[in-house]
Design a protein around this ligand. Structure first.
Ligand code: IDC
Length: 414
Protein backbone atom coordinates (compact mmCIF):
# COMPACT_ATOMS: atom_id res chain seq x y z
CA UNK A 1 0.00 0.00 0.00
CA UNK A 2 2.81 2.30 0.95
CA UNK A 3 4.51 1.46 -2.34
CA UNK A 4 1.30 2.17 -4.16
CA UNK A 5 1.12 5.54 -2.47
CA UNK A 6 4.74 6.29 -3.36
CA UNK A 7 4.02 5.42 -6.96
CA UNK A 8 0.96 7.63 -6.95
CA UNK A 9 2.90 10.46 -5.30
CA UNK A 10 5.63 10.19 -7.92
CA UNK A 11 3.05 10.31 -10.68
CA UNK A 12 1.50 13.47 -9.25
CA UNK A 13 4.92 15.09 -8.93
CA UNK A 14 5.88 14.08 -12.43
CA UNK A 15 2.54 15.26 -13.80
CA UNK A 16 3.14 18.56 -12.02
CA UNK A 17 6.47 18.87 -13.75
CA UNK A 18 4.83 18.16 -17.09
CA UNK A 19 2.09 20.75 -16.60
CA UNK A 20 4.44 23.38 -15.27
CA UNK A 21 7.01 23.20 -17.97
CA UNK A 22 5.21 21.79 -20.98
CA UNK A 23 8.54 21.61 -22.77
CA UNK A 24 9.79 18.62 -20.79
CA UNK A 25 13.31 18.71 -19.52
CA UNK A 26 15.23 15.47 -19.72
CA UNK A 27 14.94 15.03 -15.97
CA UNK A 28 11.20 15.69 -16.14
CA UNK A 29 11.01 12.98 -18.75
CA UNK A 30 12.93 10.68 -16.51
CA UNK A 31 10.64 11.36 -13.57
CA UNK A 32 7.61 10.84 -15.74
CA UNK A 33 8.93 7.64 -17.19
CA UNK A 34 9.92 6.29 -13.81
CA UNK A 35 6.57 7.23 -12.34
CA UNK A 36 4.64 5.49 -15.07
CA UNK A 37 6.86 2.44 -14.91
CA UNK A 38 6.57 2.41 -11.11
CA UNK A 39 2.82 2.57 -11.39
CA UNK A 40 2.90 -0.28 -13.87
CA UNK A 41 4.84 -2.36 -11.41
CA UNK A 42 2.28 -1.70 -8.70
CA UNK A 43 -0.63 -2.61 -10.91
CA UNK A 44 0.90 -5.82 -12.10
CA UNK A 45 2.69 -7.00 -9.04
CA UNK A 46 1.81 -10.61 -9.70
CA UNK A 47 3.16 -10.60 -13.21
CA UNK A 48 6.69 -11.10 -14.39
CA UNK A 49 9.10 -8.21 -14.65
CA UNK A 50 9.41 -8.80 -18.37
CA UNK A 51 5.75 -8.15 -18.81
CA UNK A 52 5.90 -5.01 -16.69
CA UNK A 53 8.68 -3.70 -18.87
CA UNK A 54 6.54 -4.21 -21.94
CA UNK A 55 4.07 -1.69 -20.66
CA UNK A 56 6.67 1.07 -20.60
CA UNK A 57 6.82 1.19 -24.39
CA UNK A 58 4.19 3.87 -25.02
CA UNK A 59 5.81 6.13 -22.52
CA UNK A 60 9.17 5.66 -24.16
CA UNK A 61 7.58 6.40 -27.53
CA UNK A 62 6.61 9.85 -26.28
CA UNK A 63 10.05 10.39 -24.91
CA UNK A 64 11.48 9.34 -28.25
CA UNK A 65 9.25 11.80 -30.09
CA UNK A 66 10.71 14.57 -27.91
CA UNK A 67 14.11 13.13 -28.49
CA UNK A 68 13.69 13.36 -32.24
CA UNK A 69 12.58 16.98 -32.10
CA UNK A 70 15.74 17.68 -30.17
CA UNK A 71 17.82 15.62 -32.58
CA UNK A 72 16.56 17.47 -35.60
CA UNK A 73 17.73 20.71 -34.03
CA UNK A 74 21.22 19.39 -33.49
CA UNK A 75 23.79 20.92 -35.75
CA UNK A 76 26.67 18.79 -36.90
CA UNK A 77 30.05 20.03 -35.82
CA UNK A 78 32.50 20.03 -38.62
CA UNK A 79 35.39 19.57 -36.21
CA UNK A 80 36.84 16.13 -36.36
CA UNK A 81 39.87 14.35 -35.11
CA UNK A 82 42.83 14.74 -37.36
CA UNK A 83 43.33 11.69 -39.52
CA UNK A 84 47.05 12.34 -39.43
CA UNK A 85 47.13 11.69 -35.69
CA UNK A 86 45.29 8.42 -36.08
CA UNK A 87 47.35 7.31 -39.06
CA UNK A 88 50.59 7.92 -37.20
CA UNK A 89 49.63 5.16 -34.80
CA UNK A 90 49.37 2.57 -37.51
CA UNK A 91 52.67 1.13 -38.50
CA UNK A 92 53.29 0.77 -42.19
CA UNK A 93 52.98 -2.98 -42.32
CA UNK A 94 49.64 -3.06 -40.57
CA UNK A 95 48.38 -0.23 -42.72
CA UNK A 96 49.34 -2.11 -45.88
CA UNK A 97 47.64 -5.31 -44.69
CA UNK A 98 44.57 -3.37 -43.71
CA UNK A 99 44.44 -1.57 -47.02
CA UNK A 100 44.84 -4.79 -48.96
CA UNK A 101 42.11 -6.45 -46.97
CA UNK A 102 39.75 -3.55 -47.68
CA UNK A 103 40.56 -3.42 -51.39
CA UNK A 104 40.06 -7.11 -51.90
CA UNK A 105 36.82 -7.00 -50.03
CA UNK A 106 38.24 -9.69 -47.78
CA UNK A 107 36.23 -10.27 -44.71
CA UNK A 108 37.22 -11.90 -41.52
CA UNK A 109 34.49 -13.37 -39.38
CA UNK A 110 36.64 -13.02 -36.33
CA UNK A 111 36.43 -15.68 -33.66
CA UNK A 112 38.22 -15.38 -30.33
CA UNK A 113 39.83 -18.81 -30.76
CA UNK A 114 41.31 -17.76 -34.13
CA UNK A 115 41.71 -14.02 -33.93
CA UNK A 116 42.44 -13.53 -30.25
CA UNK A 117 42.41 -10.20 -28.50
CA UNK A 118 41.14 -7.24 -30.49
CA UNK A 119 42.51 -3.73 -30.53
CA UNK A 120 41.99 -0.45 -32.35
CA UNK A 121 44.29 0.70 -35.14
CA UNK A 122 43.37 4.05 -36.56
CA UNK A 123 39.65 3.77 -37.25
CA UNK A 124 39.67 0.00 -37.46
CA UNK A 125 39.08 -2.83 -35.05
CA UNK A 126 41.82 -5.38 -35.71
CA UNK A 127 42.69 -8.85 -34.49
CA UNK A 128 45.85 -9.95 -32.73
CA UNK A 129 47.69 -10.07 -36.07
CA UNK A 130 46.57 -6.59 -37.01
CA UNK A 131 44.03 -7.73 -39.61
CA UNK A 132 40.85 -5.70 -39.90
CA UNK A 133 37.81 -7.39 -38.39
CA UNK A 134 34.15 -6.48 -38.20
CA UNK A 135 31.94 -7.81 -35.44
CA UNK A 136 28.26 -8.42 -36.06
CA UNK A 137 25.74 -9.57 -33.58
CA UNK A 138 22.79 -9.03 -31.39
CA UNK A 139 22.07 -7.40 -28.06
CA UNK A 140 19.93 -8.72 -25.30
CA UNK A 141 17.03 -6.60 -24.09
CA UNK A 142 17.43 -5.54 -20.45
CA UNK A 143 18.73 -8.62 -18.68
CA UNK A 144 16.68 -7.79 -15.58
CA UNK A 145 13.52 -8.05 -17.64
CA UNK A 146 14.42 -10.82 -20.08
CA UNK A 147 17.00 -12.91 -18.24
CA UNK A 148 15.99 -16.20 -19.82
CA UNK A 149 17.38 -15.28 -23.21
CA UNK A 150 20.84 -15.36 -21.68
CA UNK A 151 21.33 -19.09 -22.06
CA UNK A 152 23.95 -21.30 -23.67
CA UNK A 153 21.74 -22.77 -26.38
CA UNK A 154 20.55 -19.36 -27.50
CA UNK A 155 24.04 -17.89 -27.70
CA UNK A 156 25.35 -20.98 -29.47
CA UNK A 157 22.57 -20.74 -32.03
CA UNK A 158 23.34 -17.08 -32.69
CA UNK A 159 26.91 -18.05 -33.33
CA UNK A 160 26.51 -21.24 -35.33
CA UNK A 161 23.19 -20.80 -37.07
CA UNK A 162 23.08 -17.03 -37.62
CA UNK A 163 26.81 -16.56 -38.12
CA UNK A 164 27.03 -13.84 -35.48
CA UNK A 165 30.31 -13.28 -33.69
CA UNK A 166 29.13 -10.71 -31.16
CA UNK A 167 26.75 -10.86 -28.21
CA UNK A 168 25.90 -7.75 -26.20
CA UNK A 169 24.71 -8.01 -22.62
CA UNK A 170 22.60 -4.95 -21.85
CA UNK A 171 22.23 -4.19 -18.16
CA UNK A 172 20.01 -1.17 -17.49
CA UNK A 173 21.27 0.92 -14.62
CA UNK A 174 18.42 3.22 -13.69
CA UNK A 175 15.09 1.73 -14.72
CA UNK A 176 12.92 -0.60 -12.65
CA UNK A 177 15.04 -3.58 -11.84
CA UNK A 178 18.12 -1.58 -12.85
CA UNK A 179 21.53 -2.17 -11.31
CA UNK A 180 21.57 1.20 -9.52
CA UNK A 181 17.92 1.24 -8.49
CA UNK A 182 16.13 -1.79 -7.09
CA UNK A 183 17.81 -4.48 -9.17
CA UNK A 184 19.28 -7.59 -7.60
CA UNK A 185 22.96 -6.77 -8.10
CA UNK A 186 24.24 -10.29 -7.50
CA UNK A 187 21.73 -11.78 -9.89
CA UNK A 188 22.53 -9.20 -12.55
CA UNK A 189 26.27 -9.77 -12.19
CA UNK A 190 25.71 -13.52 -12.41
CA UNK A 191 23.79 -13.00 -15.67
CA UNK A 192 26.67 -10.93 -17.01
CA UNK A 193 29.30 -13.50 -16.07
CA UNK A 194 27.15 -16.34 -17.40
CA UNK A 195 26.59 -14.45 -20.64
CA UNK A 196 30.31 -13.87 -21.08
CA UNK A 197 30.98 -17.56 -20.49
CA UNK A 198 28.28 -18.59 -22.98
CA UNK A 199 29.83 -16.26 -25.55
CA UNK A 200 33.23 -17.77 -24.90
CA UNK A 201 31.86 -21.29 -25.38
CA UNK A 202 30.22 -20.14 -28.61
CA UNK A 203 33.49 -18.54 -29.77
CA UNK A 204 32.02 -15.06 -29.83
CA UNK A 205 33.11 -11.65 -28.69
CA UNK A 206 30.89 -10.10 -26.07
CA UNK A 207 30.05 -6.58 -24.89
CA UNK A 208 29.38 -5.84 -21.24
CA UNK A 209 27.03 -2.88 -21.58
CA UNK A 210 26.40 -0.41 -18.72
CA UNK A 211 23.04 0.58 -20.14
CA UNK A 212 22.40 4.12 -19.01
CA UNK A 213 19.23 5.65 -20.42
CA UNK A 214 16.94 7.46 -17.99
CA UNK A 215 20.04 8.33 -15.98
CA UNK A 216 20.99 10.80 -18.66
CA UNK A 217 24.50 11.60 -17.49
CA UNK A 218 26.81 8.67 -16.71
CA UNK A 219 28.26 10.67 -13.82
CA UNK A 220 24.96 10.17 -12.05
CA UNK A 221 25.93 6.60 -11.12
CA UNK A 222 29.66 6.94 -11.59
CA UNK A 223 30.67 5.35 -8.29
CA UNK A 224 28.54 2.30 -9.00
CA UNK A 225 29.98 2.13 -12.51
CA UNK A 226 33.52 2.21 -11.20
CA UNK A 227 32.84 -0.54 -8.67
CA UNK A 228 31.05 -2.65 -11.28
CA UNK A 229 33.73 -2.36 -13.94
CA UNK A 230 36.52 -2.95 -11.42
CA UNK A 231 34.88 -6.20 -10.40
CA UNK A 232 33.96 -7.32 -13.92
CA UNK A 233 37.37 -6.51 -15.41
CA UNK A 234 38.98 -8.51 -12.62
CA UNK A 235 36.68 -11.47 -13.19
CA UNK A 236 37.32 -11.32 -16.96
CA UNK A 237 41.02 -10.50 -16.74
CA UNK A 238 41.88 -13.73 -18.56
CA UNK A 239 39.18 -13.38 -21.23
CA UNK A 240 40.21 -11.89 -24.54
CA UNK A 241 36.69 -11.83 -25.89
CA UNK A 242 35.23 -9.05 -23.71
CA UNK A 243 34.62 -5.45 -24.80
CA UNK A 244 33.45 -2.93 -22.21
CA UNK A 245 30.75 -0.39 -23.08
CA UNK A 246 30.90 2.11 -20.27
CA UNK A 247 27.80 4.20 -20.99
CA UNK A 248 25.12 3.17 -23.45
CA UNK A 249 23.43 6.46 -24.35
CA UNK A 250 24.09 9.74 -22.59
CA UNK A 251 21.23 12.13 -23.25
CA UNK A 252 19.25 14.99 -21.74
CA UNK A 253 21.82 17.57 -22.76
CA UNK A 254 24.78 15.73 -21.25
CA UNK A 255 27.86 17.25 -22.83
CA UNK A 256 30.78 15.42 -24.32
CA UNK A 257 32.98 17.04 -21.68
CA UNK A 258 30.92 15.42 -18.98
CA UNK A 259 31.09 12.01 -20.69
CA UNK A 260 34.79 12.47 -21.27
CA UNK A 261 35.53 13.15 -17.63
CA UNK A 262 33.47 10.07 -16.67
CA UNK A 263 35.40 7.99 -19.22
CA UNK A 264 38.69 9.29 -17.86
CA UNK A 265 37.77 7.91 -14.45
CA UNK A 266 36.24 4.60 -15.50
CA UNK A 267 38.70 3.55 -18.19
CA UNK A 268 41.77 3.42 -15.90
CA UNK A 269 39.83 1.15 -13.55
CA UNK A 270 39.29 -1.34 -16.37
CA UNK A 271 42.83 -0.89 -17.67
CA UNK A 272 44.22 -1.67 -14.20
CA UNK A 273 42.84 -5.21 -14.60
CA UNK A 274 42.92 -5.57 -18.37
CA UNK A 275 45.33 -3.05 -19.88
CA UNK A 276 44.49 -3.73 -23.52
CA UNK A 277 40.73 -4.13 -23.41
CA UNK A 278 38.76 -2.44 -26.17
CA UNK A 279 36.48 0.07 -24.50
CA UNK A 280 33.37 1.57 -26.11
CA UNK A 281 32.37 5.07 -25.12
CA UNK A 282 28.90 6.54 -25.64
CA UNK A 283 28.46 9.97 -27.17
CA UNK A 284 25.98 12.82 -26.54
CA UNK A 285 22.34 12.71 -27.63
CA UNK A 286 21.66 9.00 -27.39
CA UNK A 287 25.06 8.16 -28.86
CA UNK A 288 24.56 10.07 -32.04
CA UNK A 289 26.97 12.98 -31.66
CA UNK A 290 30.19 11.23 -32.47
CA UNK A 291 31.36 14.51 -33.99
CA UNK A 292 31.62 15.94 -30.48
CA UNK A 293 33.97 13.12 -29.52
CA UNK A 294 35.90 13.59 -32.75
CA UNK A 295 36.52 17.22 -31.87
CA UNK A 296 38.05 16.27 -28.55
CA UNK A 297 38.92 12.56 -28.43
CA UNK A 298 40.12 10.72 -25.36
CA UNK A 299 43.82 10.32 -24.86
CA UNK A 300 43.54 6.58 -25.33
CA UNK A 301 44.14 4.75 -28.59
CA UNK A 302 42.23 1.60 -27.65
CA UNK A 303 38.75 3.06 -27.43
CA UNK A 304 35.96 3.32 -29.97
CA UNK A 305 33.13 5.82 -29.92
CA UNK A 306 29.61 4.54 -30.26
CA UNK A 307 27.01 5.63 -32.73
CA UNK A 308 23.49 4.23 -32.39
CA UNK A 309 20.82 4.42 -35.08
CA UNK A 310 17.24 3.37 -35.56
CA UNK A 311 16.75 3.07 -39.30
CA UNK A 312 13.13 4.25 -39.32
CA UNK A 313 14.15 7.52 -37.70
CA UNK A 314 17.77 8.15 -38.55
CA UNK A 315 18.62 8.61 -42.18
CA UNK A 316 21.10 10.45 -44.39
CA UNK A 317 22.00 13.17 -41.86
CA UNK A 318 23.31 10.68 -39.37
CA UNK A 319 24.81 8.45 -42.04
CA UNK A 320 26.71 11.46 -43.41
CA UNK A 321 27.94 12.33 -39.95
CA UNK A 322 29.23 8.80 -39.50
CA UNK A 323 31.01 8.79 -42.84
CA UNK A 324 32.63 12.20 -42.25
CA UNK A 325 33.88 11.24 -38.81
CA UNK A 326 35.28 7.92 -39.98
CA UNK A 327 36.96 9.51 -42.98
CA UNK A 328 38.55 11.97 -40.58
CA UNK A 329 39.97 9.21 -38.44
CA UNK A 330 37.45 8.49 -35.67
CA UNK A 331 37.10 4.83 -34.62
CA UNK A 332 33.36 4.14 -34.46
CA UNK A 333 31.43 1.13 -33.19
CA UNK A 334 27.68 0.74 -33.73
CA UNK A 335 26.92 -1.13 -30.53
CA UNK A 336 23.16 -0.77 -30.96
CA UNK A 337 20.82 -0.27 -33.89
CA UNK A 338 17.23 -1.03 -34.76
CA UNK A 339 15.37 -1.41 -38.01
CA UNK A 340 12.29 0.36 -36.69
CA UNK A 341 11.97 3.84 -35.24
CA UNK A 342 13.80 5.17 -32.21
CA UNK A 343 11.04 4.14 -29.81
CA UNK A 344 12.01 0.53 -30.44
CA UNK A 345 8.64 0.08 -32.10
CA UNK A 346 6.77 1.17 -35.22
CA UNK A 347 7.29 0.06 -38.80
CA UNK A 348 10.61 -1.41 -39.84
CA UNK A 349 12.40 0.48 -42.58
CA UNK A 350 14.48 -2.10 -44.39
CA UNK A 351 15.50 0.27 -47.18
CA UNK A 352 17.11 2.57 -44.65
CA UNK A 353 18.51 -0.40 -42.72
CA UNK A 354 20.14 -1.71 -45.90
CA UNK A 355 21.72 1.69 -46.59
CA UNK A 356 23.05 1.76 -43.05
CA UNK A 357 24.51 -1.72 -43.19
CA UNK A 358 26.10 -1.08 -46.58
CA UNK A 359 27.80 1.96 -45.11
CA UNK A 360 28.99 -0.02 -42.09
CA UNK A 361 30.29 -2.81 -44.31
CA UNK A 362 32.11 -0.31 -46.51
CA UNK A 363 34.19 0.78 -43.52
CA UNK A 364 34.06 -2.56 -41.71
CA UNK A 365 32.34 -0.95 -38.77
CA UNK A 366 31.04 -3.44 -36.22
CA UNK A 367 27.35 -3.54 -35.38
CA UNK A 368 24.93 -5.04 -32.93
CA UNK A 369 21.16 -5.31 -33.35
CA UNK A 370 18.56 -4.50 -30.66
CA UNK A 371 17.03 -6.84 -29.25
CA UNK A 372 16.93 -10.55 -28.37
CA UNK A 373 13.58 -10.81 -26.64
CA UNK A 374 9.91 -11.51 -27.21
CA UNK A 375 8.54 -8.21 -26.03
CA UNK A 376 5.55 -6.93 -27.95
CA UNK A 377 7.53 -4.36 -29.95
CA UNK A 378 8.93 -4.45 -33.46
CA UNK A 379 12.58 -4.28 -32.38
CA UNK A 380 12.24 -7.55 -30.46
CA UNK A 381 13.32 -10.29 -32.80
CA UNK A 382 10.76 -12.75 -31.49
CA UNK A 383 7.00 -12.51 -31.51
CA UNK A 384 5.35 -11.87 -28.17
CA UNK A 385 3.55 -15.18 -28.64
CA UNK A 386 6.81 -17.09 -29.00
CA UNK A 387 7.95 -18.87 -25.88
CA UNK A 388 11.09 -20.52 -27.26
CA UNK A 389 14.37 -19.57 -25.61
CA UNK A 390 16.46 -21.32 -28.29
CA UNK A 391 15.88 -23.74 -31.19
CA UNK A 392 13.80 -21.06 -32.83
CA UNK A 393 11.80 -21.83 -35.92
CA UNK A 394 10.49 -19.38 -38.51
CA UNK A 395 7.26 -19.12 -36.55
CA UNK A 396 9.06 -17.59 -33.59
CA UNK A 397 10.40 -14.59 -35.47
CA UNK A 398 9.08 -11.11 -35.83
CA UNK A 399 9.58 -9.40 -39.17
CA UNK A 400 12.75 -7.74 -37.84
CA UNK A 401 14.11 -11.00 -36.45
CA UNK A 402 13.71 -12.93 -39.66
CA UNK A 403 15.25 -10.10 -41.62
CA UNK A 404 18.35 -9.69 -39.47
CA UNK A 405 18.91 -13.43 -39.10
CA UNK A 406 18.77 -13.79 -42.88
CA UNK A 407 21.02 -10.76 -43.28
CA UNK A 408 23.63 -12.30 -41.00
CA UNK A 409 23.35 -15.60 -42.81
CA UNK A 410 23.92 -13.81 -46.11
CA UNK A 411 27.14 -12.20 -44.91
CA UNK A 412 30.50 -13.87 -45.55
CA UNK A 413 30.87 -16.78 -43.20
CA UNK A 414 34.64 -16.78 -42.76
C1 IDC B 1 13.85 0.35 -25.13
C2 IDC B 1 13.16 -0.99 -25.23
C3 IDC B 1 11.82 -0.89 -24.57
C4 IDC B 1 11.99 -0.44 -23.13
C5 IDC B 1 12.79 0.83 -23.04
C6 IDC B 1 13.12 1.11 -21.59
O1 IDC B 1 13.06 -1.37 -26.59
O2 IDC B 1 11.17 -2.14 -24.60
O3 IDC B 1 10.72 -0.23 -22.54
O4 IDC B 1 14.00 0.73 -23.79
O5 IDC B 1 13.29 2.39 -21.32
C7 IDC B 1 17.63 3.04 -27.21
C8 IDC B 1 18.05 2.43 -25.94
C9 IDC B 1 17.26 1.19 -25.63
C10 IDC B 1 15.81 1.35 -26.04
C11 IDC B 1 15.78 1.49 -27.56
C12 IDC B 1 14.38 1.61 -28.15
O6 IDC B 1 19.43 2.15 -25.88
O7 IDC B 1 17.34 0.94 -24.26
O8 IDC B 1 15.14 0.18 -25.68
N1 IDC B 1 16.57 2.66 -27.93
O9 IDC B 1 13.76 2.74 -27.68
N2 IDC B 1 18.20 4.06 -27.83
C13 IDC B 1 17.49 4.38 -28.92
C14 IDC B 1 16.43 3.48 -29.01
Amino acid sequence: MRQLYEGFKKTVVAAGICICCLGLTACGKKEAQQAVEQETVQMQENETVGKQAADGADDLKNAEADKETENRGTEHDADTQSSTDAASEVNEKDAAAEQKSMENGDYILARPSQNGALSVKGTQLVDEKGQAVQLRGISTHGIAWFPDFVNQDAVMQLSKDWGANLFRIAMYTDENGGYCTDGDKEKLKALVTDGVEYAKQADMYVIVDWHILSDCDPNQNKDEAIAFFREMAEVFADNDNVLYEICNEPNGGTSWDSIKSYAEEVIPVIRAQKPDAVILVGTPTWSQEIDKAAASPLDDSNVMYTLHFYAGTHKDDLRNRLETCVQNGLPVFVSEFGMCDASGNGANDFVSTTKWLELLNKYQISFCCWNLANKDESSSVFKASSTALSDWTDDDFNESGRWIRDYFRGMPQK
